[in-house]
Design a protein around this ligand. Structure first.
Ligand SMILES: [Zn+2]
Ligand SMILES: [Zn+2]
Length: 51
């Protein structure tokens, strides 16, 4: 089980999606959410839960 994507995961703690190539986050939603640090239980981005 060698997951290179694992180290490229979204920097958002509550997100489990792989980060975009040129970003620490998987998308703008996570980047925004990380900035405002909204209280949240889980990832709210629209990425499918895979992996
Ligand atoms: Zn996500
Ligand atoms: Zn994310």
């Amino acid at each position: 089980m060698v997951n290179e994507e694992n180290k490229n995961k979204c920097a958002r703690e509550t997100c489990g999606c792989p980060a975009a190539k040129d970003s620490k986050y998987c998308g703008e939603e996570c980047e925004d959410a990380a900035k405002v640090r909204m209280m949240e239980i889980g990832c709210t981005c629209h990425h499918p839960e895979s992996g």
